[in-house]
Design a protein around this ligand. Sequence first.
Ligand code: 13P
Ligand code: SF4
Length: 321
Amino acid sequence: PTQRDALKQRARDLLAQHRAVLVAHYYVDGDLQDLAMETGGCVSDSLEMARFGRDHAAQTLIVAGVRFMGESAKILSPHKRVLMPDLDATCSLDLGCPADSFAAFCDAHPDRTVVVYANTSAAVKARADWMVTSSCALPIVRHLHEQGQKILWAPDRHLGSYVQRQSGADMLMWNGACIVHDEFRGIELELLRREHPNAKVLVHPESPRNVVEQADVVGSTAQLLRAVTELDAQEFIVATDNGMFHRMRQAAPHKKLFEAPTAGNSATCKSCAHCPWMAMNALQGVIDCLEQGQGQGEVFVDEPVRVKAEGCINRMLDFVA
Ligand code: 13P
Ligand code: SF4
């Protein structure tokens, strides 16, 4: 066996020994995604990861993804042990929305319903009325708009402006972006579509407007995966982190998938769209966080913050139930 096989076997043994379940995002290393699938865990988008972790009987959750995903798991399951392969794996949206300046923004607009994207810290969620993910942001904002509510939205400006255009809601926005999706380029995408006129275009809504507007499907990672298997097309251009291609290729091995062009695409960099923080997740990290014990690799959220953040996540979960 290769070293990789040995690491995978060690991780598998430790998961069984600790009765732990692995909850992974589509952007992490393919070996971790496979391990999650093979051991009864899940690989999904941030909404399903949160639900799966909450509903699973295991008392130890290993969350392979970025920090906010581990925090959401802990917020929803305070009595479970939540471990992460690398606690430093963060997200540019989370980093770009510090809790204190966000609170000041909210204080300045007390007439608005505060809706935050999942990609934020527990402290930011604690200040919000609603949390949403990319899979349910639009129906939730539409619902609030229909009730006559004005919205304060944070932090992703591209997802926010997509939701605003689709819903017609009055939305005041924080100016954040995902460093990965912000790199997709509309003009280069138009050129690629000319080369592949039959290809369907799948876009994550964290991408810029001129990319989103060329999409056949705009959706969360899980929704884009479903589109690859369900749409009656043989070719797809995909504008999201290229970690996504692992499950897409497994799910539709005979379909042709092309990466949407980024500002960084060149002869030497054909796979620029990859989140540096998702890339910090590795088999060795799963092994380490299970072996070390005593709070190593463990996610903690202060109880008063957790209770408030739970309210805002549960509002979303009740809405989508
Ligand atoms: P999804 O909820 O669509 O998986 O998105 C999470 C994310 O971080 C996308 O960059
Ligand atoms: Fe955050 Fe973007 Fe990475 Fe997703 S891909 S975790 S939004 S930086």
